[in-house]
Ligand binder design. Sequence first.
Ligand code: ATP
Ligand code: MG
Length: 285
Amino acid sequence: MTQLKIAIQNKGRLYEDSMELIKEAGINFSLGGRELLATAKNYPLDALFLRDDDIPQTVADGVADIGIVGENEVLEKKENVLVAKRLGFSKCRLSLAIPKSDEYPGLSYFNGKKIATSYPVILQDFLDKHDIKADIHVITGSVEIAPGIGLADAIFDIVSSGSTLVSNRLKEVEVVTPSEAVLIANPNLNDTQKAILNELVFRMESVQRAEGKKYILLNAPNNKIDEISAILPGMKSPTVTPLAEEGWSSIHSVISENEFWEIIGKLKNAGAQGILVVPIEKMIF
Ligand code: ATP
Ligand code: MG
């Protein structure tokens, strides 16, 4: 039977969210400890656990068919892979940062400077594009300490909250590219493999669509149904069913978490009662 092989980071920042997404897509691996390879129990999928740096090449070579990796690694490695889906987690950006005490006149600052980074390819492309001549110094870890110990004048590295920069007395001066986890695929999958991938993407989309969404049920007097329906955004129009009690109905719909309190307030004012809000696991369109 055809199995699709997915490359996943073996530990680190991508591991947990990648495994969680796969699990929510209904795919179960029984992982004992630190296996390199695991087979799913209920889906034609094998998982191969690797360092994130190795994932783009592994997928491009066909050693794995698909993979989950940060966009930053995809851009850096320039391997021949397709992005099948953006996954929305591990969001960060690749930025240039300089000592906090330095004045920043613009990109010309970097002319003749030494920049420490683990992303020399992305950085070189950026510098070339802006006609800046700088000296790139490749280091693989703790890039942020390079200026402080005199190893470089500036850094080009992953930034998320910016707290690492602050604690190393650096300031972010240029955002070069945003990044998030992506599902990548070998461009030469056969039709069976493509079908397995498409089903996986479909399941992931159903899971992610439900994130931040709540199912809401409430009771309303029949003469308030129109007013209450207008408050509820929902996927389509809300479901309205009569209650056993004469003159009352039950209304069901879907709302977003971020507009939740505003909507609840309006519903109460419009006469809604017995409001029940429940989580949604998956949404299928
Ligand atoms: P490996 O040992 O596998 O090479 P690593 O140390 O290179 O791991 P991690 O620190 O685990 O990598 O980060 C993996 C990916 O997570 C990064 O390539 C990036 O896409 C993303 N990432 C890194 N730091 C952050 C952050 N602070 N916030 C959000 N996402 C991040
Ligand atoms: Mg790495």
